[in-house]
Ligand binder design. Structure first.
Ligand code: AMP
Ligand code: MG
Length: 325
């Protein structure tokens, strides 16, 4: 690895853009999580993403572009024009990924052979500057080893991917901390494929009711593997306030609100949003899971947050990280 560069330095942005054009892998800060980027038009560079992540299967990647106009070279927006225009005007740049019919210019590896492509304009200023300077679309999944919690700091990326990545741009901790919301515009009615950084209600306020879709995800190696997609090594368990199992070797993670009565016996108690603000929970979630995972607890009990707004995406990720799936 060439190093971790300060993303606020214009020379670092220029170096990252050059590296991407040369087919190298660059870890980039976004408002959702850190991405492992490669030139989306370069099949060999994209293949290195899968190698670096240790992914046992190829799955479709999100392609990042500097603005909505840049989508037209990669995808057909015509069929989805009305929804596309409304959604991009309201939410780009931001944590919204749109699935559209693809153009042939993209290597099959980017879309996993699908006739569609997922595209996003990220909001983080460092990565937007890199995208503009690179002049190529950038395919980027989360910059973590396959199956582990997504990275929300440059240090997370360096710790886990190390020399598998050529360059890391440090843009500070991710502001949102959850992956993007994915909406398919392939059919007349938009379909929600993955809950994420933009709550469903915010999207529906702009385009009306969405259908509920089935996610395209990497094929599991064995039954149950997908359930542990964002897994920690320390077992996580979802609990209710009346079924706590306090013990000195166990930790309690409270996703919203203060720790409840009866939680005193845990070795460690973390409340991510004592006042109930779920944006705080989202921003701290993945880093907290890593901290707890590194602390050697026998297990972590997690008290759920309400399934409202960002809570839907938060609970989606927590369930995937939990042993009881
Ligand atoms: P991420 O985990 O944030 O890198 O997002 C990758 C995910 O985007 C994949 O696992 C799919 O769920 C979704 N995705 C990417 N491309 C497509 C596509 N063409 N159609 C449907 N979903 C897609
Ligand atoms: Mg990921």
């Amino acid at each position: 690895m060439r190093g971790v560069l300060d993303g606020s330095d214009p020379r670092a942005v220029a170096e990252a853009a050059t590296a991407l054009r040369a087919g190298l892998l660059v870890a980039l800060p976004t408002e959702t999580v850190y991405g492992l980027g490669a030139n989306a038009l370069d099949a060999r560079a994209v293949a290195r993403i899968f190698e670096a992540k240790g992914r046992p299967h190829f799955d479709p990647l999100i392609v990042h572009v500097p603005d909505a106009d840049a989508v037209a070279t990669l995808a057909l927006v015509d069929e989805a024009r009305a929804h596309f225009a409304r959604l991009t005007a309201a939410f780009w740049p931001g944590p919204l990924t749109l699935v559209l019919p693809r153009r042939p210019v993209l290597p099959d590896l980017v879309t996993s052979g699908l006739p569609s492509v997922a595209v996003r304009v990220p909001r983080h200023p460092v990565t937007r500057a890199v995208l503009r300077a690179a002049g190529v679309p950038v395919a980027a999944p989360s910059a973590n080893p396959f199956g582990y919690v997504s990275p929300t700091t440059a240090a997370h990326v360096a710790d886990q991917l190390g020399d598998a990545v050529d360059l890391i741009l440090d843009g500070g901790p991710c502001a949102i901390g959850l992956e993007s919301t994915i909406v398919s515009l392939l059919d007349d009615r938009p379909t929600l494929l993955r809950p994420g950084g933009i709550p469903r209600a915010d999207l529906e306020a702009v385009i009306g009711p969405m259908a509920e879709g089935v996610r395209v995800l990497e094929r599991p190696l064995a039954p149950g593997q997908l359930a542990r997609h964002y897994a920690t090594r320390t077992p996580l368990r979802l609990v209710t306030p009346d079924a706590l199992t306090p013990a000195p070797e166990r930790a309690l993670l409270v996703l919203a609100g203060p720790p409840p009565a009866g939680s005193e016996g845990y070795g460690r108690i973390l409340a991510l949003a004592p006042g109930g603000d779920l944006t705080a929970t989202a921003a701290a979630l993945f880093a907290t899971l890593r901290t707890l995972d590194a602390a050697g607890h026998a297990g972590v009990d997690v008290l759920p947050c309400p399934l409202e707004g960002l809570g839907v995406a938060i609970m989606d990720r927590v369930r995937r990280a939990a042993i009881d799936g």
